[in-house]
Design a protein around this ligand. Structure first.
Ligand SMILES: NC(=O)c1ccc[n+]([C@@H]2O[C@H](COP(=O)([O-])OP(=O)(O)OC[C@H]3O[C@@H](n4cnc5c(N)ncnc54)[C@H](O)[C@@H]3O)[C@@H](O)[C@H]2O)c1
Length: 322
């Protein structure tokens, strides 16, 4: 892909992963439009795109004229989503409206206005549910533990149908826990690490729920790299891929790395809360051999280094993210 000539639409472009991707694309000379409705509780933050050449379209994907937005796009990175698991449980209809119904709207608009655009869809490991084997590859059974898992699976599958029936080049990346600059850190709505970072930088102890669960965290620069490679690798079109990250570490180990990166920081451990235990997936780590083989991608950032870099990034910017 010649990014300096590309016109790109990024849905969810003011959020955590979307904004990092927009900035990387703009740095490569692409003409980037970011669609974001700044949904309550999500990762959108005006500071995420401040000072960049990215055109922000502050509209809701459920209502905006998507045909006009898609017109002339060479690539669509599709990251807009209702991402809260508890939120999806509380209001499954709102969850479906963004993660499934709006996806069908976008598919129909893109069919008319950008029939040849490559689409890279942000999917999730969530719908595998509680793994029956580790590491989890793409043949692992799908058993969503919550409403959000159902809607995200539906959204992905509508896109894969579009590949099979209309021939659109589509790649879906099933992401694991991602972290790094521009993550929502105000509260615990966007991964446990967000609120840990806030507590550490405010000089307060953070809480680890459980502690033995394994996670393969992906640093955001590696996620961005994966999205760019997926779009640029025709061999990937028509496929879903798991994307892992650093070698699996327990939550306690991740907490220890966080503390080590910030002298004086500390944490306490408590039992996993009852209301979340019902939808918890336990330990997870991905087998992402297929994506690595297809693209040469590698989760290059060691976890301890990624955590330290993230803390340093937030330190002077904390106020804008609280
Ligand atoms: N961050 C992770 O660890 C992770 C893990 C698995 C999957 N994903 C997927 O990656 C994508 C990006 O996630 P993220 O972590 O950057 O979350 P995020 O909340 O920071 O980004 C999602 C963005 O979508 C926007 N959005 C939501 N509903 C919208 C609507 N109706 N109209 C317009 N914009 C809307 C939000 O305002 C937000 O900025 C999502 O599709 C998510 O499911 C992320």
């Amino acid at each position: 892909m010649q990014w300096d000539r590309a016109r790109v639409l990024v849905t969810g472009g003011a959020g955590f992963l979307g904004s990092n991707l927009c900035l990387a694309l703009a740095a490569r000379g692409a003409k980037v439009a970011a669609l974001d409705g700044f949904l309550f509780g999500g990762g959108a933050n005006p500071a995420n795109l401040e000072g960049s050449d990215v055109t922000l379209v502050r509209e809701d994907i459920r209502e905006v004229d998507l045909r006009t937005l898609c017109e002339g796009a060479d690539v669509i990175f599709n990251l807009a989503a209702q991402t809260s698991h508890m939120g999806g449980q509380r209001d499954p209809l709102a969850d479906i409206a963004v993660n499934a119904v709006a996806q069908v709207r976008l598919i129909q608009a893109a069919r008319e206005a950008a029939p040849n655009a490559v689409v890279v869809h942000a999917s999730t490991r969530q719908f595998y549910g509680r793994p029956i084997r580790l590491p989890v590859d793409e043949t692992h059974p799908v058993a969503p533990p919550d409403a959000n898992g159902v809607s995200k699976f539906a959204g992905e599958q509508y896109w894969m149908i579009e590949h099979r029936t209309a021939g659109r080049p589509v790649v879906s990346l099933r992401l694991t826990n991602c972290y790094g600059p521009r993550l929502r850190i105000r509260d615990a709505r966007q991964t446990f690490l967000g609120i840990w970072i806030r507590c550490v930088l405010e000089g307060r102890p953070f809480e680890v729920w459980g502690g033995s669960q394994l996670r393969d965290m992906t640093y955001v620069d590696d996620v961005t790299d994966a999205f760019l490679r997926a779009a640029s690798t025709p061999e990937c079109y028509g496929h879903v891929y798991n994307l892992g990250g650093a070698p699996p570490a327990s939550l306690t180990e991740i907490a220890e790395m966080t503390v080590a990166a910030c002298p004086g920081a500390s944490f306490t451990t408590r039992e996993f809360p009852q209301d979340r235990a019902a939808i918890d997936i336990g330990s997870y780590h991905a087998d992402d051999t297929a994506f690595r083989a297809a693209t040469g991608w590698n989760a290059a950032t060691p976890l301890a280094e990624g955590i330290a870099r993230t803390l340093e990034w937030y330190r002077p910017r904390l106020a804008a993210y609280l």
